[in-house]
Design a binder for this molecule. Structure first.
Ligand SMILES: C[S@@+](CC[C@H](N)C(=O)[O-])C[C@H]1O[C@@H](n2cnc3c(N)ncnc32)[C@H](O)[C@@H]1O
Length: 161
């Protein structure tokens, strides 16, 4: 499991708790905040099975190798960063789940849908269509809006695993 633009890496930690079948998670950010270590220590105290299983890597997400077997995830990768993450997952045919935010309506692809849908919705619908065009089965959900107003969850897995 690979959490890209991970910030303090909480998503990687939570996904390992929810799915113990993944041996480890890799969490990548160009600037890992100090709070990541504090968070890791606190979580490992309550869930010792997390110990040593989340590898935090400070790097540009463009430079990290990805593999077909990976599950690529990202919460709140701002603007075009979400598209970069989708592209990186598609490149290797990995499963992917993103929660987009900070939609940049000037530079992003709205797919011509802005006459019917509001800009961010048009952009996310276009992202879903883009995944389908690359041979992905697409799943869409929303997480509760009181967790974050940017709550559209876009998930995809290759049609031919
Ligand atoms: C809005 S934060 C989201 C952090 C975390 N996923 C969360 O939900 O709390 C976006 C993160 O993307 C990171 N980021 C931006 N460009 C990046 C890049 N090219 N490579 C790696 N991380 C990047 C930033 O450092 C920042 O931590």
């Amino acid at each position: 499991m690979v959490d890209l633009a991970c910030g303090h890496g909480l998503l990687a930690q939570i996904l390992l708790l929810l799915d113990d079948s993944s041996p480890e998670a890799v969490a990548v950010d160009q600037r890992i905040p100090k709070s990541a270590a504090t968070l890791d220590a606190a979580l490992c105290e309550d869930w010792p099975r997390l110990k040593g299983r989340v590898r935090l890597i400070e790097a540009d997400l463009r430079s990290v190798p990805l593999y077909r077997e990976d599950l690529v995830v990202s919460a709140h990768a701002c603007g075009g960063l979400t598209d970069l993450i989708l592209a990186r997952a598609v490149e290797v045919g990995a499963r992917v789940a993103v929660l987009p935010c900070c939609h940049d309506l000037k530079t992003g692809d709205l797919g011509g849908l802005e006459g019917w849908l509001d800009g961010p919705m048009a952009m996310d619908a276009t992202r879903a269509a883009h995944l389908r065009n690359h041979g992905y089965r697409v799943f869409t959900q929303q997480i509760p809006g009181d967790i974050t107003p940017k709550n559209r969850l876009l998930m995809g897995e290759p049609d031919q695993p």
